[in-house]
Design a protein around this ligand. Structure first.
Ligand SMILES: [Mn+2]
Length: 440
């Protein structure tokens, strides 16, 4: 049995070592990370579900708003824990969590007291959204060079983080299995979603992102968030995760029942095989856009196999002429960490210079454009969709009726689309598929 306490202890040592390097490089003495304040809707008195500042969450798993971590070079990290006398809202009592020993902890009951307990604030840099307090105390606020460094360090997952992401996959797998059987029993999107939550003993507000539960043609709406009550779909596309100690999983599966067109079923089979092949190529040194390009070539091949494209094996030309992007308009994957879309994937380096844009238009929506390094977690999520808007645009501009079987496409549109997504950890010369350990 792995001990969260010892994993976290190693994790925080890595944070400290990174912070020492960053503070020295940028000439600061202290790093102050605020959990942040909740987002309040415009002209309203209600808040969105609270998500902590990811930089804070990377250091401290404490739930709730306003807490602050201060790390001063050479000292034990200080956590000012906000614990107000508030009978209107629930505030998680501090208790004695597995991470408590790594911090000097002071509990306070007002936000003003948080700042007065922070001690010497000279040469400090604050990263967070509660800048009105930071301004009063005259600290450097959201220094971009510091944020870029913190984003960069977050690319590399500690054993603690890998454990948490793995657990988030284990929890979500229970939901996905339940969702699959609900679908096969003829359940509606709403019922499938409820069975997903029930199997995980979870509620919507605990999910890392709003899940996609799409029957049939709804699968072709990439960020579909509806919950239709109509039953007996033929295809289910479900993109839904779980959270463990703030860390997410991001998993997609597509299932077709016997009522789905046999060509669509064949397409699903070949897409599943391709996805596993792509996952097996993840390792240190792989340039991620290369995998994205391979995916496009493979999609051209699959679409030819099932009769949608008639291109005589000329997959490169199909890709250059935009034929694959019509069916696969999004990126192959993104970095996953304390954020579902971990932000370091678009940086070229620790200074935060942006990765150069690849001139080929198939890369325009790729969220991670660098080489994979050891201990980076990415999603691998190829998809093939029949999206009427894109198909119609392409047909108007190009036609290609000699190369594209539009009649077959019309027949497949009602089944929406396919996406298969796993969370994969890059290792030295191989990978660990954190999703397949729990979900076929
Ligand atoms: Mn994803």
């Amino acid at each position: 049995m792995v001990s969260l306490t010892s994993l976290f202890s190693e994790h925080i040592k890595q944070r400290i070592s990174n912070a020492n390097e960053a503070l020295q490089a940028l000439n600061y003495r202290s790093l102050i990370l605020g959990a942040g304040e909740p987002f309040t809707y415009f002209s309203d008195d209600s808040n969105a579900v609270f998500k902590p500042n990811p930089h804070f969450a990377h250091w401290c798993p404490a739930k709730g708003a306003h807490h602050i971590v201060k790390y001063e070079t050479g000292k034990k990290p200080l956590l000012i824990y906000y614990s107000p006398d508030d009978f209107w809202h629930f505030h998680e009592p501090l208790g004695n969590p597995y991470w408590a020993d790594e911090f000097e902890i002071i509990e306070v009951n007002s936000i003003d007291k948080i700042w007065s307990q922070l001690g010497d604030l000279s040469f400090s840099v604050f990263v967070g959204n509660e800048i009105k307090y930071a301004q009063v105390h005259n600290v450097k606020i959201n220094c971009e060079l510091m944020s870029s460094r913190l984003n960069w360090y977050r690319r590399f997952k500690s054993n603690y983080e890998i454990h948490c992401i793995s657990e988030a996959n284990r929890i979500a797998a229970a939901g996905h299995n339940a969702a699959k059987s609900s679908f096969l029993d003829g359940a509606s999107e709403y019922e499938i979603h409820m069975s997903y939550l029930l199997a995980m003993e979870s509620v919507d507000s605990e999910l890392p992102y709003t899940g996609i539960v799409a029957l049939d043609k709804n699968g072709a709406i990439l960020h579909y968030h509806g919950r239709e009550k109509r039953r007996n779909g033929k295809v289910l596309l479900i993109d839904s995760g779980a959270t463990f100690n703030n860390y997410p999983s991001d998993i997609t599966r597509t299932y077709a029942n016997k009522q789905a067109d046999s060509i669509f079923q064949e397409l699903l089979k070949q897409t599943e095989t391709m996805q596993l092949e792509l996952c097996s190529q993840v390792k240190e040194g792989l340039y991620f856009p290369d995998l994205h390009e391979k995916c496009h070539l493979k999609i051209a091949e699959i679409l030819e196999n099932i009769g949608v494209l008639k291109i005589s094996g000329d997959y490169n030309t199909a890709l250059q002429e935009g034929m694959t992007k019509v069916f696969f308009p999004h990126g192959l994957g993104h970095m996953l960490g304390i954020q579902v879309h971990d932000i370091g994937g678009k940086q070229l380096d620790i200074q935060g210079n942006p990765a150069p844009k690849n001139p080929k238009n198939i890369f325009s929506s790729l969220r991670f454009v660098g080489p994979l390094e050891k201990n980076v977690v990415v999603t691998v999520e190829p998809g093939i969709y029949f999206i009427p808007i894109l198909l119609n645009q392409f047909r108007e501009n190009n036609n290609y009726s000699d190369k594209i079987n539009w009649n077959l496409i019309e027949k497949l549109i009602p089944f929406g689309g396919i996406r298969i997504e796993d969370n994969v950890l890059a290792l030295g010369n191989s990978q660990r598929n954190l999703t397949r350990e729990f979900l076929p």
